[in-house]
Design a protein. Sequence first.
Length: 259
Amino acid sequence: MMATKASLRSSSRPRLCRLGCFVLPALLVVVFACGSEVASGQSYRSPIILSSYAVSFGDMQAGKVTPPQTVTVFNTGASPVHVTSISVNGDFAQTNNCPSPPDSLAPNDVCDVQLVFKPSATQTFSGTLTIAHDAAGSPLTVRLSGTGMLGGPEVAMSPSTLSFPEQKLGIASAPQEITVSNMGTRTVVLTNIGIKGDFTIMPNSTCESLNQGLPVNASCTIVVTFSPLQLGKSEGQVSITNNEDDKPETVQLSGIGSQ
């Protein structure tokens, strides 16, 4: 009888597993005190943690570059940590502002890794961001994924130049139009329309009033006037950027100011 009570008392206590985990009878909780790696790429031993352990870039036209996504590196420990290397493979690239040895990441400090995806073909790609450091639990990894697609937004501007005739100083010229067309395979969002020089984009420009993007095979207009502020030749430029291509499309502008 005494043996039975002793065994009951023993079974009611948390048991220390050989792998360093506690099993609670009422709550099936397992704590990996041994510091084993988990599927996310984080080690429970590591004082360094990341803001994300998986980054998906979705679809991107082959040969184009996605906007960057950021993974933030946190030092949650009580001591400085040296980030010894940051590398990436596959059709992905990274830049970062993390300190290089002998500099270190101070306790409670952070640094950022910027990631982009540039698919080289029309297929699904995977890669890994690897961050090594000189504390426990190194390295940490981030799963990367993205898909290369055919086609995509292809913006054309016509004409490629606008030339205004002589115009009296301070007086707006007759308007001229630039046509912006989406010749690609997906809707494109015009993220910025800019102008330089003694030229103005007029309010009746339809490109600036787009709410849902420019559909495939559709076009819009940019209406430009010239108001010279000085005598002689003036030059300027209209530029537009879209949501999938950081390189702007441009139209060169010129005009002559007169008395």
